[in-house]
Ligand binder design. Structure first.
Ligand code: SER
Length: 320
């Protein structure tokens, strides 16, 4: 066990709620402080209510627990962000800069900041998008992540603050639900299949996007945070590749195990967001610098997703 005391901001979210358990295993339950704007009734561990837009609150929790590492996972995502652009910018940037600034002036020596494939726009090659392509994000979420990446590099260059970052593809897991993203369909569809409902997809059948299974996303995060500082050459954010597929390819993979499953396509405004995002990602830097390698593909992910969700819904039915 390490001597680190870890603060997770956005602990109730899709990634946070799963990452917390992994961090509790690594550091010990008492050394992981979960925080969010409300307490989830199922949460087990140390919890602090925290509105990260208030820098004094962030600072006082860091001081209270002598925090040494922060995982800052709270943000408004791509689709929801477009409904309230100015609020999204304000909130995402305020939280990110509060975390970086508190880390700079406190006991914190390492920060994890998640970025996203949303930093890309139509000026980058959208097949195998390179790490250092020109970024012209089209959503407020993407703009805030691209700005956050540059601020991460600024704090590293000027203050030697060890901020580490990954540009996540769409994250797919059975443990938690995403909210407000453009890649959310790829989680929702599994729930519909297991509940034997027709899935109404908000993207076109052939919209390919980069995706990653939760287990791989969590492992990548932990591996990046554990690698010696000198190995980290990218101080904006690392591209992270895993798999790429379209709704129709995902549907076919599910249909192999659920032959009666049906899908309908009703693209909405999220189609316009997805069209400007990479279809696949070049992650050579992550592979070379810290040995990143995904384990899951569409087939192996689908079989775990269906098995775990079937277990979950059957248990719920038994309890009713
Ligand atoms: N999954 C996110 C979204 O769809 C992208 O990072 O907004």
């Amino acid at each position: 066990m390490s001597d680190d005391i870890v603060l997770v901001i956005g602990a109730n979210g899709q990634l946070g709620s799963v990452l917390i358990k992994e961090l509790q295993n690594i550091h010990g339950i008492s050394k992981v402080i979960a925080s969010d704007v409300y307490l989830d009734s199922n949460f087990e561990g140390v919890f602090e209510l925290l509105d990260a837009t208030d820098i004094d609150s962030v600072h006082s929790i860091v001081k209270k627990h002598s925090i040494t590492q922060i995982y800052h996972l709270a943000a408004i995502l791509s689709a929801k962000g477009e409904q309230q652009p100015l609020k999204t910018w304000d909130l995402n940037m305020k939280m990110t800069l509060n975390v970086f600034e508190v880390a700079r002036i406190s006991t914190v020596n390492k920060v994890f900041f998640p970025s996203s494939i949303a930093v890309y726009g139509n000026k980058a090659p959208l097949q195998k998008s390179p790490q250092s392509a020109f970024l012209n994000p089209a959503t407020v979420y993407g703009i805030s992540k691209a700005a956050g990446e540059n601020w991460a590099q600024y704090y590293f260059t000027n203050y030697d603050l060890d901020i580490r970052s990954i540009r996540y593809p769409g994250v797919i897991g059975y443990q938690s639900m995403p909210g407000g993203g453009t890649t959310d369909y790829a989680v929702d569809i599994y729930h519909s299949a297991v509940k034997k409902q027709t899935y109404n997809c908000f993207l076109n059948a052939d919209t390919k996007l980069p995706m990653i299974f939760m287990e791989d996303a969590i492992r990548a995060t932990i591996e990046l945070m554990q690698v010696p500082k000198a190995k980290i050459k990218t101080r904006t954010s690392y591209n992270l590749g895993s798999m790429s597929f379209s709704p129709s390819e995902l549907y076919e993979a599910i249909k192999k195990e659920h032959p009666g499953f049906e899908i309908e396509y009703q693209p909405d405004f999220r189609q316009g967001i997805a069209d400007k995002w990479p279809k696949s990602i070049d992650d050579n830097e992550a592979r070379n610098d810290w040995d990143w390698k995904p384990k899951f593909n569409l087939k192996s992910m689908t079989s775990v997703m269906l098995e775990k969700l079937e277990e979950k819904y059957n248990t719920t039915k038994l309890k009713e």
